[in-house]
Design a protein around this ligand. Structure first.
Ligand code: LLP
Length: 415
């Protein structure tokens, strides 16, 4: 593990995080381990050995340019959910022909942009198909398409991150499959290359992937019987990570892939779309304590980071583990760890048993690589924090801090 304690101090690989905190001017900040990212990617690559496949990293989880370039260099493809993610993927050097554009509300402009670059596009609905057809006609260029099937398998996760059940806003109605196939068949510019599903996120039970894969293989058979030459089975992302740190043994990419290996035939190329399991545990969000207070009943540790920089606990009631990065010997109490944002939902952790810290103490929120910076905001006019990366025994800045001047530029020339 890249994050570990030595003599009471938290380290990121070879470096003491307290030393990094003291050397940089900003707080809070995100800190990544390049080694951990590499290990996570390689776990997928090793698990997929012998299976023709594409690992399509889900850029939505974390779109830092340096991280994207690193994953691309390791051999990753990319999956996208917007035109801007495509621009970012191109900037990072990804081959657009190995990318897939997903989404339930892709705009015509995004579709034209994607089709121009040879991105494979996932059909999500009747209107989406219509829009993809318009984009292809406008360009006069064939487009490789997927159909997003809704396997109706319950991923047993928080409803906000559950996507493959019947009432989800994603994917086609399966009863309509033949309608879609007929439309695609009749359009010389559409080339059906595969089927896609994505069950949800933070999934901890491997049988869920197996159930969905078995179902998808049946769909492939049905579609092939209609004369389509399908190449790809895309089973999405969703593998969970160990946020809780209670010693639970979680399935690895190898467990996932081994569980579906026998279902795959030689004629399908497997696409996987991992986000969280590649980047989630590779970072911590590093804060400083502003103060400690109590209301008589409850105790609070107030830190400089907040729901503006890391919203998962506020939004999903998600648990992300919290620790001090240095020895603290205050009285142990049960605390809510909260930020300075004017909103009761602004907390990073509830009911955490921690020693009373001194002002300025360093505190981390773990597993902050996925959907943390990517979902940050300027609420309360907090500026987005910088990102740093540990590479062996050195650290480098991989995103500068957002400044108030950056923000004010949005108003340039308007007033
Ligand atoms: N493919 C599709 C079509 C997706 O919608 C997603 C994530 C992924 C792949 C990557 O899933 P992963 O391997 O990262 O679980 N903001 C939430 C997570 C939302 C995930 C949405 N879809 C969170 O912070 O937990």
């Amino acid at each position: 593990m890249s994050f570990h304690f030595r003599d009471g101090y938290l380290y990121c690989d070879e470096l003491r995080i307290k030393d990094i905190q003291e050397q940089i001017p900003e707080s809070p900040f995100y800190l990544y381990s390049l080694r951990q990212i590499t290990e996570n990617y390689r776990a997928y690559a090793a698990a997929l050995e012998g299976i023709e496949s594409i690992i399509g990293y889900a850029i939505k989880a974390n779109n830092n340019l340096a991280i994207l370039k690193h994953l691309r260099e390791l051999g990753s493809g990319a999956v996208l959910v917007s035109g801007n993610e495509l621009k970012m993927a191109l900037a990072a050097g990804f081959d657009p022909k190995r990318t897939v554009l997903n989404g339930n509300g892709k705009t015509i402009n995004e579709l034209i942009f994607a089709a121009e670059h040879g991105v494979m596009i996932n059909i999500d609905s009747e209107f989406d198909l219509e829009h993809i057809q318009q984009a292809a006609r406008k360009l006069g260029k064939p487009v490789g398409v997927f159909i997003r099937i809704n396997p109706d398998v319950d991923p047993e996760v928080h409803p906000y991150v559950s996507t493959g059940i019947k009432n989800s806003k994603f994917g086609i109605r399966n009863e309509q499959l033949h309608w879609f196939l007929n439309r695609i068949q009749a359009d010389p510019l559409l080339n059906l290359v595969g089927v896609h599903c994505h069950l949800g996120s933070t999934i901890k039970k491997i049988s869920i992937f197996r159930d969905a894969t078995a179902l998808m293989m049946q769909f492939i058979e049905v579609i092939r019987a209609e004369g389509f030459n399908l190449k790809y089975l895309n089973i999405g992302g969703g593998l969970g990570i160990d946020y809780e740190k209670r010693g639970e043994v979680l399935p690895t990419p190898a467990d996932l892939i081994d569980s579906i290996r026998d279902l795959l035939t030689d004629e399908v190329v497997l696409i996987m779309e991992p986000g969280r399991s590649i980047i989630g545990n590779s970072a911590v969000f590093v804060n400083r304590v502003i103060g400690e207070k109590t209301n008589g009943n409850k105790h609070f540790i107030v830190i400089d980071g907040s729901m503006a920089e890391l919203i998962r606990p506020s939004l999903y009631d998600a648990y992300q583990h919290i620790d001090f990065i240095e020895p603290i010997d205050g009285e142990v109490k049960t605390y809510d760890v909260v930020g300075p944002v004017c909103e009761s939902a602004d907390f990073l952790g509830k009911d955490r048993v921690l020693p009373a810290p001194h002002e300025g103490a360093g505190l981390v929120v773990y597993d902050a690589g996925a959907y943390c910076y990517a979902m940050s905001s300027n609420y309360n006019l907090k500026m987005r924090p910088p990102e740093y990366l540990v590479d062996g025994d050195r650290f480098i800045q991989i995103r500068r801090t957002e400044t108030f001047d950056d923000y004010m530029r949005l108003f340039d020339g308007l007033t």
